[in-house]
Write a protein of this length. Structure first.
Length: 151
């Protein structure tokens, strides 16, 4: 039985940050199916609440994947610096990080947390990057998901 823990942090600014190097997408550890499942659940929740789907952003995918790897490696949750690795020209950023036994379990926990739900259902966001990296923490198979939101 794996513990489910989630934290949240939202932020916004008008500064810009550098993007990851071109070609770095090939370094993603998250597989396409897991990243797509995280994005699908976000967009399903948004559509059920009358909001449009978020477009995938490959630079945010890389940021989310790299951060999920970091969380898995330390078997803990903490937030990234929101602007680090974000594409240039952003207006608002948000991030959800979580861990649990399955991607749907983590998504349900996000929706039950006011601050996570706020990120998922924020009508201002237009793009999302997702990461889902598996590991073993405390003797349990665990998935770490990271959702990077941007306008």
């Amino acid at each position: 039985m794996a513990a489910l823990v989630v934290l949240s942090l939202t932020g916004g600014s008008f500064a810009t940050a550098g993007a990851p190097e071109a070609g770095a997408r090939a370094q993603l550890e998250s597989n396409d199916a897991d990243r797509a499942e995280v994005r699908y659940l976000i967009n399903l929740s948004r559509n059920q609440n009358g909001l449009r789907s978020l477009s995938p952003n490959p630079i945010l995918d890389l940021k989310a994947d790299m951060w999920a790897q970091n969380l898995r490696n330390i078997c803990a949750l903490k937030h990234s610096q929101l602007a680090d690795g974000a594409p240039p020209g952003w207006r608002k950023l948000g991030e959800n990080v979580g861990r649990g036994g399955t991607i749907p379990q983590i998504h349900e926990a996000y929706l039950n947390s006011p601050s996570h739900r706020k990120n998922i259902l924020d009508p201002v966001f237009t793009q999302v990057g997702t990461g889902a990296v598996w590991g073993n923490c405390g003797g349990f198979r665990t998935v770490f998901t990271v959702q990077e939101f941007m306008k």
